[in-house]
Design a protein. Sequence first.
Length: 428
Amino acid sequence: MKRNLTIAASIAAALTATLAGTWLFGTDQVAEASEAAVMAPKFEVDPLWPKPLPNNWVIGQTIGLAVDSQDNVWIIHRPASLEAKESYLTRKEADCCTSAPDVLAFDPNGNLIHSWGKVEGKDWPTSNHGITVDSKGNVWLGGNGAGQPGPPAGSAEQFAAARNRGAPDYPGAAAPGVRTYHDSFILKFTTDGKYLGQIGTANGSKGNADTENVRGVAQIRFDPKTNELIAADGYGNRRVSVWDPETLKFKRAWGAYGKPASDEVPAGRYDPNAAPAQFFRNPVHCAQPSNDGLIYVCDRVNDRIQIFKTDGTFVKEVFIEKDTLGDGSVWEIAFSRDREQKFLYIADGANEKIHVLDRATMKEIYSFGGGGRQPGQFYALHSIVTDSKGNIYTTETYRGQRVQKFIYKGMGAVKAAHEGTPWPAGKK
C-alpha cells in the first residue's frame, strides 16, 4: 500500500512539473497542440425557422433553393405532390389544408415576403425543379417534367427499375426509357412574379445538341463574373449548358470530362467497382460556379463531382460515398462565404447528411445530420445554399417537404468523422 502511494505521488509530481514547465517555458508547445486540432465550420439547426405560413398553406416536395443579395431565401416546391389528407381545404372538405403557391421567399428572420405561381397563358413546369436569383434580382425557374401535363403513367416499381438501369427518375414519363420532355425551358420572372421571358419552349427539346432548348433542368445558377446562366441540364439531357441571361441565347455546353454529351442512353446501373463512367448519368443535378472560375458539377448517381473551368475544360473528379446506389450521394453543393470559399458543403440525399470538405484538397473533414424527421435531420435532403453570414439552408423532397436553417457558429474542433444532428447547445 505504501509503495502504491509512493508511485502515485511520483506521478503527480511529474505531471505537476510537466504542466509547470509548459506554462513557464513551453507556450509554443501549447500552441502547437492547439493547432493540431482539426478545425472546421460548425453549425446548429434553428428549429424555429421559418415562421408558420399563413392561410393554412403547406408545402410539398421542396425542390429548389436560392439566396439573393439581401439574404432572402427562395424556394420552389411541387403543390401537386401533397397527399389527399394534406389538402382537405383545397376540396372544401375541412379547414386544413391547401398548397402554398409554387414560389416562396423568406427574409433572414423567417418571415414570408413573396409568394406566387403560374402565369396564365405562359409555359409552366409539370414538375418544378430549380430556382435561382441573379444579381439584378431576376428569378429563374426550371423543371424536370417529362411528357404532357397529367399524372405519370407506370408504377413506382417501373420508375425505380428504370432509374436503376440508368434512366432518369422523373414524374410524367410515359414509360421507362421514353424521353419526351414537356419541361424543356427555363423561365424568367421579377421578384413579385411578373413574367419576363424564357429559354426554350414546352416539348421543344431535340436532345443534347440542341441550342434552343434545355431538357429537364435540375438546377440553375448565375455566375456574376461571366454574367452567364449555368444550367444542370440533366434529367432529359446529360450536360451542363450555358446561356446569356439578357438575350436568352445559347453559348456552350459539355458532358462528362468536357466531351460533347450524347443522346445514347447508358446501359446498366452504376457499379462502384467498375471503372469511372465516361458519361454523366441522369440526373446531372447541379452546376455550381465558384469565385475562382470553376464549375462544380453533381453527377449524382455516379457518386461524384466533376470540376471544370468555365469554358468546359475538365479539371478533376472526386468521388463521395462511392458505394452509394439508388439515388446517389452528390445531390447539390454550396461553398463557405469567405473570399477563398475554403469549404465545400455537399447535400447527400441518400445517406442523409451534409459532407464538409476542404475545397483545396477536396478531402472530407467531417459530416453532420442524419436520417429522421426532427430538426437537423433529413429525409431526401435535396438542395443546399449559404447566405452572406455563412448560414446553411437546405430543402427536402419526396415526403421531406421542408426547408431548414443551420446557423453558422464559427470555426470549431472536429469531434468525430460524423457528428450527427447539430442540435442547439444547451437545449436538451
